[in-house]
Write a protein that binds this ligand. Structure first.
Ligand code: DAH
Length: 482
């Protein structure tokens, strides 16, 4: 069974529902998001999959210094020991929740969205240009509290996003942000029109469109609740931004008890805010997809803990509906906590990789992290141009089969693969599984596709990695090789 369903930068993560006891590969129809729940305690997970890596990496930290100097503390290489982790110049204690790995922490120094010729930054700048007088935030540390990432945004205590299988924890209360919404409350205390761009981190599987780090942009705009209807009407009427091409929108959304107006909101103000939100985002995608003459957009109902009502926007691109963003009317509790109780507002969140992959025609999400000049030299600030494929190095394919156990979780397996082989892994696929009729034991076979973006890999080198993987999965996941 292929695992390569497009998810890259799904916004639905926050909205996904939990289906306990389901097959390990259940995905939502829209997003391809895998729905799964941790079956292990945090401590067991840490012991099983992560702690050995952290401890092993203590003496031989693999971090490379980023080319820029240390003016930005995030450019300093993270330090990692069994007792503490230093990221962005701050040190945090580890505990039984800790599951961040050196490979992933290393990515915090890269800051792709700040490199003007990088596709991620080019998309970012184009979106900025659609929101001319918004305040930008783009250098927040990726280390946030669970309060900022979840509690402040009204996530329930048992929301699956909190699971240690899905999220990177520095310790029980400190984590790598899983979305830019983690900064929403803070920035709204400072301004009424905000855009936050940042790298976000989620434990995931491995293939051409899944990577444990990607980039998101969060936007929010607030209005005076009392005058919102008038202010919004005037602001849309006064909008003179030139857009080329037409846009066809289908909006089948309805305000229902499943996707309700908040009791505290005046209906007219809420509807005006929703109109302004959809209008602003339609204009934004019209700008991004300027080469599409006749852009088709559809709006559908959604659910997020921090907005109500909530929607998603999809775009018809090369015959397929592409999920672009999640958005909605901000929960008033969040505005009250931000000291903005007299306002009403909208927010949206979108994934930059997802847009960059299709707009630049980039075939593999790992390319965004490539340091190969043949990639980096192709792009210019503010310009979308098609990626020109340079010769790919040959792949090296290896299979691993084992009897899994009740504690087995695919994300933990992928984490081990990533730790051992890093970006040399292009793809991990579950190619076979069966349950033994007598013993009822479940056997799985994973195919690992090793391929470097930057060089030829030798069979001998891959054999060595595969051997290490075989040893580590037995040791850390307590599975039995076949
Ligand atoms: N934070 C959401 C995610 O990563 C995306 C999102 C949805 C952001 C709706 C928003 C919003 O601000 O209103 O899944």
């Amino acid at each position: 069974m292929a695992t390569g369903i497009f998810r890259a930068t799904s916004q639905q993560w926050a909205s996904r529902t939990l289906r306990v006891g389901a097959a390990p590969k259940l995905r939502t129809a829209l997003t391809g998001q895998t729905l799964k729940r941790s079956t292990l305690s945090a401590t067991a997970q840490w012991q099983q999959a992560v702690r050995p890596v952290l401890c092993a990496s203590f003496h031989s930290s693999p971090f490379r210094l980023a080319p820029e100097t240390a003016a930005n503390p995030l450019k300093e290489p993270p330090k990692i020991t069994a007792e503490s982790i230093t990221v962005g110049g701050k040190t945090y204690k580890t505990d039984s929740f800790t599951n961040v790995t050196p490979t992933v922490l290393e990515k915090t120094t890269r800051q792709l969205h700040l490199i003007p010729t990088h596709p991620i930054a080019i998309i970012k700048d184009l979106i900025y240009s659609a929101f001319p007088d918004f305040k930008h935030y783009e250098t927040f540390s990726p280390v946030v509290t669970t309060k900022e990432n979840f509690d402040d945004l009204c996530f329930s205590d048992d929301h699956p996003g909190r699971a240690v299988t899905d999220t990177y924890y520095v310790n029980e209360k400190i984590m790598l942000r899983t979305h830019t919404s983690a900064h929403q409350l803070k920035v709204m205390t400072e301004a009424d029109k905000v855009l936050v761009t940042a790298d976000v981190y989620r434990r995931d599987e491995i293939d051409a469109s899944h990577y444990p780090v990607f980039h998101q942009m969060e936007g929010a705009q607030l209005f005076d609740a009392k005058t919102a209807v008038d202010d919004i009407r005037k602001s849309i009427a006064a909008d003179t931004s030139a857009v080329s091409g037409s846009i066809h929108t289908t909006d089948t959304t309805v305000i229902t008890p499943e996707n309700p107006k908040q009791d505290c909101h005046d209906e007219a103000a809420m509807l005006a805010t929703a109109d302004h939100l959809k209008y602003s985002l339609n204009m934004m995608v019209r700008k991004l997809f300027s080469h599409e003459k006749d852009l088709q957009v559809r709006w559908i109902d959604a659910q997020f803990p921090f907005t109500s009502p909530s929607w998603e926007m999809e775009i018809l691109y090369q015959g397929k509906w592409l999920e672009v963003l999640g958005c909605g009317v901000i929960r008033q509790d969040i505005l009250i906590n931000a000291g903005k109780s007299d306002k009403i507002g909208w927010a949206f969140g979108l994934g930059l990789e997802r847009l960059a992959l299709v707009l630049f025609g980039i075939p593999d999400i790992r390319l965004f992290w490539s340091q190969d000049e043949r990639f980096l030299r192709q792009f210019e600030p503010s310009k979308i141009q098609k990626f020109k494929q340079f010769s790919k190095y040959p792949p090296c394919i290896k299979d691993i089969s084992f009897w899994s156990n009740d504690d087995f979780h695919e994300n933990n397996f992928c984490e081990i693969v990533r730790d051992i082989a890093g970006d040399i892994v292009e793809d991990v696929q579950l190619i076979d599984e069966f349950t033994h009729p007598k013993t009822k034991k479940r056997s799985v076979c994973y195919r690992i596709n090793y391929r470097s973006m930057d060089r030829n890999v030798t069979n001998a080198e891959i054999n060595e990695l595969q051997e290490k993987l075989r040893e580590e999965v037995v040791q850390r996941m307590k599975v039995e090789l076949r």
